[in-house]
Write a protein that binds this ligand. Sequence first.
Ligand code: GLV
Ligand code: MG
Length: 346
Amino acid sequence: MKLARSFFRPLAIGAPEPMRDLPVRLERMIHFVPPHIEKVRAKVPDLIHEVDVVLGNLEDAIPLDQKVAARKGFIAMAKANDFGQTGLWTRINALNSPWVLDDLTEIVGEVGDKLDVIMVPKVEGVWDIHYCDQLLAQLEARHGIRKPILIHAILETAEGVKNVEDIAAASPRMHGMSLGPADLAASRAMKTTRVGGGHPEYKVLADPDGTQPRAIYQQDLWHYTIAKMVDACAANGLKAFYGPFGDFADAQACETQFRNAFLLGCAGAWTLHPSQIGIAKSVFSPDRDEVAFARKILEAMPDGAGAVMIDGKMQDDATWKQAKVIVDLARFVASRDPDLAAVYGF
Ligand code: GLV
Ligand code: MG
């Protein structure tokens, strides 16, 4: 294991110092764009004002004969726009693919100073993070990049889930993780062809009491993995995200899946279709009534200690901390979103 004192040293002479804490940014939705399509690139200037993160996708869903065009399109898109407060990310090809070395070298060389985060697919263990970490440091040094480019891992193989805690602790370059339910389902031999969300056959049946049909309760296929990912991320100061929800026509199910992830501790989700942007924005911004109640708790316990009753509910030091999570997030959302600032009354 690396010595504690070496953990925050740059991995290449001339590379920027690794960050001690994640930059504080709103990342309610990571919006995927296919950068090889010119029509899509033309919409990026508007998109920047609608989403928290724009991600140029180079991996799955990009046709093999468009892989190079997607990389070039991403570089063009990064150069052509000022992203301001909006994050600029890319999802590179898998580390065992023929494209990834050029993805990293060309993108960091051309637009490394504008890039916030590189999403790495199919991460299986610390070795994947260490490889990217070292290579990024070398490229940052070569190109005089001043701010370290962060790494976001997709949790989408059984081996990755087994190693999730080590992956989260692998490098100060780690930004966070997203659940990749499609690849993960395949890797585990789960019997679903859906991209995220529930499955009607994954259920619990109510005990027989003579009533027919017996009540059926659908369960969440992803609960265990999301909870495991959230713990690994939170314990290491990283952010956890729900990944893709593939049924664009089912806004209600998308919203429910996103909300489960939000309640469990996730900071955001991927949006693959414009219709999902509004869903993610509303789900990952705290609810107005929750914020109002949390503010009451903070006001009733100015020093965060002791016990009080509010609306018949017991509050103490721990609920004060729960309330602070919600109010801090609401203040942060409000600082970027005047409409929500008015809703919260800040
Ligand atoms: C995302 O990449 C997934 O496999 O779900
Ligand atoms: Mg995948």
